[in-house]
Design a binder for this molecule. Structure first.
Ligand SMILES: [Zn+2]
Length: 482
């Protein structure tokens, strides 16, 4: 089609009433302009521009700047989509796997509810583990359960020399007998453990199914693991066992823990849990008054300990979490015990706090003995036992695993922040093995409470993020007959 030169000239816009953009203040000495709410930038063709005065142009510039500035609380919550696309995400098989999540969103939510309603306190994950194993059957995996109860599904790669683990913990913090039924409240699912780690477990199964449905064969072997013992005194025993089993071949570990797509845990928060036990002869509150009392000693030692200074940086915390002892109000107890949780961004601080706890308890026992009127019928004994230790560690900024996550984020137009946290990733990170912990999409909150909730909206993006990070790390074998 040809245009005569004159035709190509932009046609004059009809004289539509254009609302004034600025109302200059009339106050002398001020060069501030008021911007009309909902100001519209007018269209100027090349003939109208020369009619603008310098002042108007300046003001338009101000408006353009104001227009471009982020407006508090009215900015769209979603980050802008990146124009970059991942070559991985463009492969037809991978595209099919990515599409699987949206097509099966209700099915994934059903699995999440089904698993959450099977109680699984740490050390009692067996029933839930069995169900996860059933759900992973028929997905092309070699399934097994190891000696401590981890469910393992191997998807062989074109090479068996290297392995990537995708893991989600089975256990919850809720004791046996907790009502774990999931309720629907509007768009929310509410129930203990629904997000931590119902989301992670449903995500693990969904990723395995999507890969199977799309006939993807990885280059490195992928190990899908639903592991025991992440919470509390489980002390990461499931992950420790997985790492022992795969360490020589282990390339990277991706942990699915909870919901969301806004963070990536690359820094492992070190923690140590200790139990103090003080014992003595015990006796009658009246007739044996003056004998050393283990509860007195524990209180004396604890008061010293909680006065120990901890730094804000590196952030260091302590918690006296559980105290027990005594048999009745009118008996001098024969035993008192205390559980203490220590956490720090620095291993040195944890060691310092543990030493402080031991010193303070020793001093508390000595105070009590020094103050006892009757030492002839026994003395106090004490011990401090380690009941949990989560080592610290950090993923290096140039790790290929972090690059894979960033590339997945880019492909999905997502932005995530680096976090320090205490997760199953602590174990590999402490051993210098690449590891991250991420959410498995959707939104959740109230973790470790009876009001824990989850909203599935947006889950697919989270699972795509998981899948792309996993496949970027494992590699994808070329399709046989494309
Ligand atoms: Zn968790």
């Amino acid at each position: 089609m040809k245009f005569a030169r004159s035709v190509a000239r932009p046609a004059r816009r009809p004289n539509l009433p254009v609302p004034p953009i600025f109302e200059p203040t009339t106050e002398p000495g001020y060069d501030i302009v008021k911007v009309r709410v909902g100001c519209v930038l007018p269209f100027f063709d090349n003939r109208s521009v020369p009619h603008l005065s310098i002042g108007t142009v300046k003001r338009i510039s101000v408006c353009v700047i104001l227009f471009a500035m982020p407006i508090r609380s009215s900015v769209a919550p979603n980050p802008p989509r990146s124009s970059r696309t991942s070559p991985l995400a463009d492969q037809p098989q991978v595209r099919n796997a990515l599409a699987w999540f949206e097509k099966n969103s209700e099915h994934i939510t059903d699995i999440q509810v089904q698993l959450t309603e099977i109680p699984a306190p740490s050390f009692q994950e067996g029933k839930r583990a069995e169900e996860v194993k059933n759900l992973l059957a028929g997905e092309g995996l070699t399934l097994s359960t190891d000696k401590i109860g981890n469910v393992i599904g191997e998807l062989p790669g074109t090479t068996d020399k290297e392995v990537v683990i995708l893991a989600a913990h089975l256990d919850t913090v809720f004791p046996p007998g907790t009502e774990v039924q999931v309720k629907q409240e509007g768009d929310r699912l509410v129930g203990p453990g629904i997000s931590d780690n119902g989301t992670g477990l449903a995500g693990l199964i969904a990723v395995a199914r999507a890969i199977h449905a799309a006939h993807i064969r990885p280059q490195r072997t992928i190990v899908f693991a639903a592991n025991v013992g992440e919470e509390g005194e489980g002390n990461l025993r499931g992950m420790r066992s997985l790492i022992d089993a795969y360490r020589p071949k282990l390339r990277a570990v991706i942990v699915l823990d909870g919901s969301g797509i806004d963070h990536v845990t690359t820094k492992a928060l070190a923690s140590r849990r200790l139990e103090v036990v003080i014992t003595g002869p015990g006796g009658h509150s009246w007739s044996d008054f003056g004998m050393p009392n283990p509860i007195n000693a524990l209180v004396r030692g604890s008061v010293r300990f909680i006065n120990t200074k901890v730094p804000n940086s590196p952030r260091t915390t302590f918690n006296l979490g559980q105290v027990e002892g005594g048999t009745s109000v009118n008996s001098i107890p024969y035993e008192a015990s205390l559980k203490v949780d220590l956490r720090s961004e620095s291993d040195d601080e944890i060691v310092r706090m543990e030493n402080a706890l031991r010193d303070c308890i020793a001093a508390g026992v000595k105070d009590e003995m020094d103050n006892a009127r009757d030492r002839s019928r026994g003395k106090l004994d004490w011990k401090v036992d380690l009941i949990g230790s989560r080592p610290g560690g950090e993923l290096s900024a140039d790790s290929p695993l972090l690059a894979a996550l960033r590339s997945a984020d880019d492909a999905l137009g997502n932005k995530s922040r680096i976090e320090r946290s205490s997760t199953d990733a602590n174990i590999p990170l402490s051993l210098g093995i690449d590891a991250i912990a991420i959410g498995a999409g959707g939104n959740g909150g109230g973790a470790h409470s009876l009001q824990e909730w989850y909203e599935p909206a947006g889950r697919a993006v989270g699972l795509k993020r998981v899948l792309l990070t996993l496949l970027e790390t494992s590699g994808v074998a070329p399709e046989k007959n494309p």
